[in-house]
Design a protein around this ligand. Sequence first.
Ligand SMILES: Nc1ncnc2c1ncn2[C@@H]1O[C@H](COP(=O)(O)OP(=O)(O)O)[C@@H](O)[C@H]1O
Ligand SMILES: [Mg+2]
Length: 250
Amino acid sequence: MKVIATYNIKGGVGKTATAVNLAWLAAREGAPTLVWDLDPQGAASYYYRIKPKIKGGGKRLVQGKRDLDGFIRGTDYELLDLLPADFSYRNMDLYLEQTKKPIHQLHKLLRPFRSEYYYVFLDCPPSISLVSENIFDAADVVLVPTIPTTLSLRTYQQIKKFFKLQELDTVKVMPFFSMVDRRKQLHRSIVDTPPDYMENLLTTPIPYDSNVERMGTHRTPVADFAPNSRSARSYEGLWEDIKQQLSRLK
Ligand SMILES: Nc1ncnc2c1ncn2[C@@H]1O[C@H](COP(=O)(O)OP(=O)(O)O)[C@@H](O)[C@H]1O
Ligand SMILES: [Mg+2]
């Protein structure tokens, strides 16, 4: 089982779009895949047409007092399952704090799925908190969608700094360029000549493409309704990059 998180301190950078599209690709290739929607806003759940609700709230689930299995839902796609979000996840930091090993709780919760799923995607909320620390601990790969602008690069550096501060291994941090608009000079210049500090930069950028926005109306991954679009093809390229990195990490 490989755990892949889509993470950024910032919101609106393409975390959810990436998790939803990559997980779909993984399942289509025949790998049993789970997406855990950790964002109380529940966007990943919405895209997969599943109500973002955990019966009885998320507290006992997060604290390991309830079996996660019972909350997993099948999506419309073969081999692709979802653990839905819940609005109570906004308090996840508090729930985690009350556990024995607050930083390792998510890792512990995922352990029973080792034989069941080949990939687990964690769609993360935009924050830097105990939840994020759990995600960094549990994930084999932390994908960081980065819009090629000065401020987004700064955010990426803050994430790396946090990793170092917590003595976490930065090899799992893998940025990639997201929502790239080549009509913009700044985007072009950053994507064509990425700064040296962007270690483990994945090679395929995801272009800005209105088809990704249309996922909200279709409520399906982009490859499902626009398989030949630039974004669908780019997600495929990005997925190949990630699998290559995963084999290198072994
Ligand atoms: N490559 C893209 N091109 C165009 N729009 C995008 C792209 N990626 C994401 N979006 C849109 O931007 C918004 C934020 O994306 P989302 O994946 O929800 O970000 P996050 O999870 O980081 O908050 C959504 O409306 C989404 O449809
Ligand atoms: Mg999101």
